[in-house]
Design a binder for this molecule. Structure first.
Ligand SMILES: Cc1cc2nc3c(=O)[nH]c(=O)nc-3n(C[C@H](O)[C@H](O)[C@H](O)COP(=O)(O)OP(=O)(O)OC[C@H]3O[C@@H](n4cnc5c(N)ncnc54)[C@H](O)[C@@H]3O)c2cc1C
Length: 436
């Protein structure tokens, strides 16, 4: 990439459903749009390209519309590592690029919440969404015995993907009580599309037991996972398996918004970007959409992205027309969050010897309770590794052990060479994180 500087009307960070919809809405008004994402192809989490089954038609249609729009640039393999008012600092495949914009839409999505339990760092134990992503990217699963555990419909979606890639899905363990899951299912008639989707997935997994009030206790194995001890509605059993995929929910990615000074709100232990009816954050010119504004799923992401894209180009009537759709999508999300709320028992699975920070090998016992995230880093090195606390810091916050701190830019690890490349075309404009 030759240019070190790009200019546009609307910059969109994240090419998931929210970002694609935002870019499409802004481009339809003739704006110059730049959409960026670290993945090789657009789609985000739910529309990730599947090497065996391709991408959903809806994602392909959005991408085709963007590629046909002459003033839209898709920057893949590109991540925003820092931001200042009007400028994003983007790492593009080894190069430093400054993206100057009039409006910014943050559609940075969510990551999985991974909760610790004895054995959770063994090879063979992954997140449920992580296992799904690996399968879509061609990870060999044929004949592997996989157990899924945790909470929420993502377990079913992931189980279905793993099955479609040849895995033998032994069981799905849902921590929520049967009464909550049944009440959720009984209310699905209000969202017929979701009901059809749920029925289709359950039918595809008809051989797979789905056990409520059940959860993992510990994983066993020397060099890799061999077996998992589980609680099945109170009865303790050991299940031999090759893979364990655990999904305890999702957590919004707010680091870039936080570094811009956007106000955050807390859902339990985890922050989300606060937005108004127009998807505007508290910082002028910065909008946010999708999971970054609170876990809501695909429908929320699409409609909020479209609203943000319209608002970014001042197409307020088009944005307002989408409010009822957003209300409906958020209602579904709220019901889902309530019914699949985590029980305290799954926050208490780790023992003192359980490794909390796998990057720095820090056990739970080394981390005193009620610390700030930064203190925990300084005192124990917990959160100092490659994930920068995205896994351990998030888990500790969920365990109510450490209060989550903000991340300093760069929000993703980046080489000093790239970091030093920022600001080189404009000496008045300092590079983020590099003293001049
Ligand atoms: C691992 C995982 C698997 C999931 N699987 C399913 C599923 O099967 N079915 C389902 O209904 N829902 C699934 N979800 C839920 C999913 O989050 C939503 O359904 C939907 O993808 C949300 O869309 P979004 O655009 O808000 O976020 P996402 O789809 O997460 O897209 C956000 C994008 O932002 C990019 N990004 C983040 N930070 C930066 C940055 N600094 N610079 C550049 N780009 C950045 C990310 O790479 C990502 O592509 C999954 C979630 C996760 C975390």
């Amino acid at each position: 990439m030759a240019e070190r500087r790009l200019d546009c009307d609307v910059a969109v960070v994240g090419a998931g459903p929210a970002g694609l919809s935002a870019a499409r809405a802004a481009a339809s008004a003739g704006a110059r749009v730049v959409l960026l994402d670290p993945q090789p192809r657009p789609g985000g989490q739910v529309w990730r390209n599947d090497v065996m089954h391709g991408m959903p038609a809806r994602s392909l249609a959005l991408q085709a519309a963007l590629r046909a729009s002459p003033d839209t640039t898709l920057l893949m393999r590109s991540e925003a590592v820092a931001a200042m008012k009007g400028t994003l600092f983007v790492h593009v495949d080894g190069d430093a690029v400054e993206l100057h914009h009039a409006a910014l839409v943050l559609a940075t999505g969510a990551r999985e919440l991974l909760l610790p339990f004895p054995g959770w760092t063994l090879p063979g134990v992954t997140g449920a969404g992580g296992a799904q992503a690996l399968a879509k990217q061609g990870w060999p699963l044929r004949g592997k015995r996989v157990l899924l555990a945790g909470t929420g419909p993502l377990l079913l979606a992931a189980g279905n993907t793993l099955r479609a890639h040849g895995a033998q899905v032994l069981a799905i363990l849902e921590q929520a009580p049967l009464a909550e899951v049944a009440a959720f299912a009984a209310g699905l008639w209000r969202w017929p599309g979701k009901a059809r989707q749920a029925a289709a997935i359950r039918a595809a997994l008809w051989r797979t037991p789905y056990r409520c009030n059940s959860h993992v206790l510990r994983a066993f194995g020397e060099d890799r996972l061999r077996a998992v001890q589980v609680s099945l509605d109170g009865a303790i059993e050991t299940v031999e398996c090759d893979q364990l995929a655990c999904g305890f929910g999702l957590v919004p990615n707010v680091e870039l918004a936080q570094s811009l000074g956007c106000e955050l709100a807390y859902d339990g232990a985890h922050p989300r970007v606060m937005v108004d009816d127009w998807q505007r954050s508290s910082v002028e010119g910065v909008l946010a959409a999708g999971e970054a504004c609170g876990i809501g799923g695909l429908d929320c992401a699409e409609v909020e992205g479209a609203i943000a894209g319209h608002v970014a180009v001042a197409a307020l009537d088009a944005a307002r027309a989408l409010w009822p759709r957003r209300r409906r999508a958020r209602r579904f999300a709220a019901d889902l969050q309530r019914r699949f709320a985590l029980g305290d028992h799954v926050r208490a699975l780790a023992d003192d010897d359980t490794i909390l920070c796998r990057c720095e090998d820090v056990p739970l016992s080394a981390i005193p309770e009620h610390m700030q995230g930064r203190e925990a880093k300084l005192a124990t090195r917990c959160g100092m590794g490659a994930c920068q606390g995205r896994v351990c810091g998030t888990a500790l916050a969920e365990l109510r052990r450490v209060r989550r701190g903000g991340l300093r830019p760069p929000v993703f690890p980046v080489s000093l060479e790239v970091l030093a490349g920022f600001g080189q075309d404009d000496p008045a404009n300092p590079s983020p994180g590099v003293a001049k």
